[in-house]
Design a protein around this ligand. Structure first.
Ligand SMILES: Cc1ncc(COP(=O)(O)O)c(C=O)c1O
Length: 360
């Protein structure tokens, strides 16, 4: 089989070792004679899988005991609704940092639930940087930010410190587990799994217990975070296979040396590609400002549409998959999540350098 370099934005590359282990266990999970997909979610075998995924995540991210880990469904997009449904109550105002399309979508859903305020925005600059100074409204219910902007290729480099009474909430769908973070700054973190955590289907939520205590009783059962917390995320049938895959990915991260080692590799990978862009004498152009660059999604353009199409065609022929930019902004994007190796990034960088010299 031809070597494929997977730079998809999500669903994205998974570690080969994880896929091999899943393949090995596919038909007969640890002597049960059943596939994980066939296990009852009430069986001890499945409960052990889910428990292990939660324990590994807690250990890897150093999640303190005053936070709950929840496994939910509906993707990050349903969190856009669930968050304001739980926390935008009374006369409070939800504050949003607008740094790209996903934060716009999160804001749109909150404004269906209650009053909202834009605490910061780089929209007029085409979302090319992260504005780190916030202006909060009166009575803020919470502040919501998108830690990594998958489409525009920008990433928060450090997170704001808010007054203690204001919960900080982050959509970390595209950079969770990619670097060490000061978890204590956040009251709620959420992420769809399909970039750094596993396949799609499960949404991970990490929520501080004091915020959880404020969820209002009358909410529909499946929209209330309490339902998941009090039932160990087993109130109804969870996405069992996705959670199994998540546990394998977490085990893989642990075997690699944990988040510290992963972060080091991610920095090297991103540096290699940004160096290729910066040393291309303007042939490749990275629209995001240097101090806001994403280490997960490297966005770049070529001088003309014709060259872009030719680049993508040749890349495809060489086995580089998923390099077209998001349909909203065009250009190119290399998504280099945890499972993409430095060697793969080096191959891409060499291809980019060769394409440039062949084209000038
Ligand atoms: C930062 C971010 N937030 C939210 C989403 C939407 O996630 P989902 O498809 O899980 O609803 C994405 C998807 O790419 C994303 O990158």
């Amino acid at each position: 089989m031809k070597k494929v370099y997977n730079f998809n934005a999500g669903p994205a590359a998974l570690p080969k070792e994880v896929l091999e282990k899943a393949q090995h266990e596919f038909l007969n999970y640890r002597g049960t004679g059943l596939s994980v997909m066939e296990l009852s979610h009430r069986s001890k075998h499945y409960e052990a899988i889910q428990e292990k995924a939660m324990q590994l995540l807690r250990a890897l991210m150093r999640i303190p005991e005053d936070y709950e880990i929840l496994f939910m469904q509906g993707g990050a997009s349903l969190q856009f609704t669930t968050i304001p449904s739980n926390f935008l109550t009374g006369d409070k105002i939800a504050n949003y940092c607008l740094t790209g399309s996903w934060s716009e979508k999160a804001l749109k859903e909150a404004s269906r639930v209650g009053r909202t305020h834009i605490a910061s925005s780089s929209k007029i600059n085409n979302y090319t940087f992260i504005p780190e100074n916030l202006t909060l409204s009166d009575k803020p219910a919470y502040v919501h930010l998108t830690s990594n902007n998958t489409i525009f290729g920008t990433q928060w480099q450090s997170f704001p410190t808010l007054p203690q009474s204001v919960p900080l909430i982050a959509d970390m769908s595209s950079d969770i587990l990619s670097k060490q973070i000061e978890l204590e700054k956040f009251s709620l973190i959420y992420a769809g799994a399909q970039k750094n955590l596993g396949p799609s289907g499960v949404t991970v939520v990490i929520i501080k217990k004091d915020l959880l205590d404020t969820c209002p009783e009358p909410l529909p059962t499946m929209l209330n975070y309490q339902t998941y917390a009090t039932n160990k995320s087993l109130y109804n049938t969870p996405p069992t296979y996705s959670i199994y895959m998540l546990s394998l990915v977490l085990e893989w991260v642990e075997n690699q040396g944990g988040i510290k080692e992963i972060e080091k590799r991610n920095t090297e990978k991103a540096n290699r590609l940004y160096h290729t862009i910066d040393s291309s004498h303007g042939f490749y152009n990275g629209p995001s400002q240097t101090n806001s660059r994403s280490k997960m999604n490297v966005v770049f353009t070529l001088p003309t549409e014709k060259l872009t199409l030719s680049f993508l065609k040749q890349a495809d022929e060489k086995g580089f998959v998923g390099l077209a930019g998001h349909r909203l902004i065009g250009g190119c994007r290399a998504s280099i999540y945890n499972a993409v190796s430095l060697a793969d990034c080096e191959e891409l960088a060499s291809f980019m350098e060769k394409f440039r010299t062949d084209s000038i």
